[in-house]
Design a protein around this ligand. Structure first.
Ligand SMILES: [Zn+2]
Ligand SMILES: [Zn+2]
Length: 139
């Protein structure tokens, strides 16, 4: 994938650019991702927060995620597009919602997480590792 990721919300009020390559790409099936995406799961591109430059001010909503950690979701107040998620446990990483990438052609999920709450009709790729919950141990 292009090492200079860029993207924006549907209306273009919030734009971003990341100067480093993604660290991981994954599908999250947790209830919170289902609710915030309006879809059976959310696909995210994990990047280094320090390399992410955001233009425009997204709105934030914080929830206690399934892991027990506080997760803050950023979205555009104008068009409602979900953009970023950051966990208080790992603020050095930001998950970018993949549909917001200008060029998402390089997106390929590497793992599925929170499959314990995956919808029963979602077809999981057997070639990818699946985690019932988050692969990161809560500390
Ligand atoms: Zn917008
Ligand atoms: Zn999730």
């Amino acid at each position: 994938m292009n090492s200079h990721l860029s993207g924006q919300c549907a209306c273009g009020t919030v734009r971003y650019r990341c100067s480093s390559a993604p660290l991981a790409m994954l599908n999250c099936h947790c209830r919170d991702c289902q609710l915030s995406s309006g879809a059976p799961f959310a696909s995210g591109v994990i990047v280094s927060s320090a390399d992410l430059e955001v233009d425009g001010v997204p709105s934030n909503y914080s929830v206690r995620a399934g892991s027990g950690q506080q997760a803050t979701r950023s979205f555009c107040a104008g068009c409602g597009t979900p953009l970023f998620t950051r966990s208080e446990a790992n603020p050095q990483f930001t998950s970018i919602r993949f549909p917001t990438l200008v060029d998402a052609s390089g997106f390929a999920p590497m793992l599925d997480i929170w499959t314990s709450s995956a919808q029963p009709w979602v077809c999981l790729d057997d070639k990818l590792p699946h985690f019932d919950q988050s692969p990161q141990q809560p500390d």
